[in-house]
Write a protein that binds this ligand. Structure first.
Ligand code: ATR
Length: 291
């Protein structure tokens, strides 16, 4: 892009969007949304904002005060955003986590959860077995886990083990989900590598932030997973996460969170702009950025 084009690409009509998180440097959302604006010629810009937990309310009110039209939230803000909203969409309310906020012209903030849609669409793109009869292990019990769990249950999953470092969080989430889906058996478990039920686990999903940082290793032994086991990590950067690398060594199929990122982002994009994200083109460009 020439200097002139660059200088004129932002003007008094440019609309601001962004993503808040801690950490945030790993996020591909800015690239994804800005690629889509460029593709469609929309005068919007999407920025990453490093917001620490203690600054969440200030950041949210600040974004509203400067006229941002919306934002995404990632680790660790998804649950804490709920009480800051003026309205919460039923799906986000049910999940207890907001990842997408629309700020109206009147400053009212509407919270949505597009993670469930993103996860379901991405899982269905890469994993074809019916979920009803499978034994599934979900690692983590934070905001992202809520979306994943709800997606699995909506897709018909009936047997889920929910494993978390803080056991009480797993217990609480399992209890809430069981109330919503009484037919499903959701068992909370302590994070103890020796007692995890991996021998019968056909689908293992990591929703924790372990793997985001260089040097993170998942304290899990995947060698007892069945040969047809599938390992899904909702992390997408690195493209091959430590969990995926360990799974591949065992000959297991794997998928990262890029598909989920794109599909949740596409839904958020539509909420903000009213038009569809050009998903295929954006995905191809993101893959070239990542590789
Ligand atoms: P998000 O809203 O994106 O899910 P979160 O609510 O902070 O973010 O949840 C992060 C998840 O990663 C939690 O399940 C957390 O476990 P705790 O509930 O015990 O905090 C998990 N997590 C983060 N760091 C971890 C670590 N070092 N080992 C194991 N689990 C970890």
């Amino acid at each position: 892009m020439s200097y002139e084009t660059f200088a004129h690409s932002i003007d008094g009509h440019t609309r601001l969007l962004g993503v808040i998180g801690d950490p945030i440097h790993h996020s591909l959302s800015p690239a994804m949304h800005n690629l889509a604006y460029a593709e469609l010629g929309l005068n919007y810009r999407y920025l990453p904002f490093h917001v620490r937990p203690q600054d969440l309310a200030d950041a949210v009110h600040g974004l509203r005060a400067i006229g941002a039209i919306g934002f995404n939230a990632t680790i660790p803000h998804k649950e804490k955003l709920l009480p800051l909203m003026d309205e919460v969409d039923p799906m986000a309310q049910m999940i207890g986590a907001v990842n997408t906020v629309r700020i109206g012209a009147d400053g009212r903030m509407q919270g949505y959860n597009t993670d469930v849609y993103g996860f379901k669409t991405a899982l269905r793109d890469s994993f074809f077995l019916p979920l009803e009869s499978l034994s599934i292990v979900v690692l983590g019990a934070g905001g992202a886990a809520r979306g994943v769990l709800m997606g699995l249950l909506q897709l018909g999953a009936k047997h889920i083990f929910l494993v978390n470092r803080t056991f009480s969080r797993a217990e609480g989430l399992a209890e809430q989900c069981t109330l919503l889906f009484p037919d499903a058996v959701i068992t909370p478990l302590e994070w103890n590598p020796e007692t995890l039920p991996l021998a019968q686990c056909e689908l293992l999903i990591n929703t924790t932030s372990l793997g985001l940082k260089d040097g993170d290793a998942l304290p899990l032994d995947l060698s007892c997973m069945p040969a047809q086991g599938f390992v899904y990590d909702i992390i997408y950067s690195p493209v091959v996460t430590p969990l995926m690398a360990a799974a591949s060594l065992q000959g297991l199929s794997t998928e990262n969170g890029l598909g989920m990122l794109i599909h949740q982002g596409a839904r958020a994009f539509e909420i903000w702009t009213g038009v569809k994200m050009p998903v295929t083109k954006v995905k191809a460009k993101l893959l070239s950025i990542l590789s």
